[in-house]
Design a protein around this ligand. Structure first.
Ligand SMILES: [Zn+2]
Length: 332
């Protein structure tokens, strides 16, 4: 009897482990501990607010590339770093930096400023090498203002260390699934978003395969409560021509018991707000998650201690499941 129980126990244990589907196994690698570790570092005072073009921006880029290497994810091209320059007039100008070639030619003819930045990009090759899906978040923030009294560092925990943590955990989940996706899956960390969506704009402008990008999923600020009485609130923007994107999220919430109450916002105009604009202008289907504004937005007080970790983790899981579908569903 004892032996029988033992055998039953062994076979049950073995069965429950082996029965776990790759997608479930992958979802279960996404957790609060990883999110705390990533955001704790990115939003630490030591990183001085990750301003585009600063040394702390470079350190952040090195950290992200080293993370992709540790997962065994290859660079999209010959390097993880996609370097680019943005131009502007002298510092008295109120104009924004630009990466548009026509404007750069004009700026070069007079007094101008140049800022050197880098996106960090990795890719898992798909079974079908001719189609791409992309998940991205900007890693730059506002840096440091030494003329401020008191706290001088814009830590950017919500904006956008939260989104970066989601891309990082999703990359790991894809690797841990052990499954080669149907489409190529690109993991992108954009620079220069705060200066005018520069990194994502440079990427799409110089990309040779925009017609083959089947979807872009964006994160910008996914860690806070806009209203403390609604801790499950998240805005879910998605391209109206793909109503199935809404169904995917509803199914995932039900199946995985995610603690989210999304505000579903299908739209045919996703040209606002964040790096999704750089993709929507090429009519690439877009999904983007955002937990709305809050009093610490673009303030030195946007610190890790204010993050709603449970919500951040559940948004990351929901978005991983979106990416799994984008990468593997034949039709949508
Ligand atoms: Zn942002």
């Amino acid at each position: 009897m004892k032996l029988l129980c033992f055998i039953l126990l062994i076979s049950f244990t073995f069965h429950s482990v082996s029965a776990q589907q790759p997608v479930e196994k992958a979802v279960n690698t996404i957790n609060e501990q990883n999110a705390r570790s990533i955001i704790g570092f990115l939003a630490s005072d030591a990183l001085e607010g990750r301003r585009a073009g600063s040394n702390s921006g470079k350190v952040t880029a090195e950290y992200l590339a080293s993370y992709l290497i540790s997962l065994g994810i290859e660079p999209l091209s010959d390097s993880y770093f996609q370097q680019f320059e943005a131009y502007n007039e002298d510092f008295q100008s109120r104009k924004r930096y630009t990466v548009e070639p026509d404007s750069i030619v004009k700026y070069k003819q007079r007094v101008h400023r140049v800022l050197k930045m880098q996106n960090v990009i990795g890719m898992i090759g798909g079974v079908n090498p001719d189609e791409y899906v992309i998940v991205g978040a900007h890693y730059d923030h506002l840096g440091k203002d030494e003329s401020l009294e008191g706290d001088q560092i814009y830590n950017g925990a919500d904006d956008n260390a939260s989104g970066v943590s989601a891309v990082m955990q999703i990359a790991k989940a894809f690797v841990e699934s052990g499954v080669k996706p149907q489409r190529n899956v690109i993991f992108a960390f954009w620079d220069g978003e705060e200066l005018g969506l520069l990194g994502s704009r440079y990427f799409t402008m110089s990309c040779t395969f925009t017609n083959d990008i089947k979807g872009y999923l964006n994160f910008d600020m996914i860690g806070r409560n806009n209203d403390e009485s609604q801790p499950k609130h998240v805005v879910y923007f998605y391209s109206e021509q793909h109503p199935v994107f809404g169904n995917w999220l509803k199914d995932s919430i039900r199946k995985y018991g995610l603690n989210l109450e999304p505000d579903y916002r299908p739209s045919d105009n996703l040209l606002g707000g964040s790096d999704n604009r750089s993709f929507a202008r090429y009519d690439i289907p877009v999904i983007w998650y955002h937990t709305d504004g809050h009093p610490d937005y673009h303030k030195p007080s946007d610190e890790a201690s204010h993050i709603n970790w449970g919500k951040l983790v559940d948004i990351t899981k929901a978005a991983f499941l979106n990416m799994w579908n984008l990468a593997n569903e034949k039709n949508y």
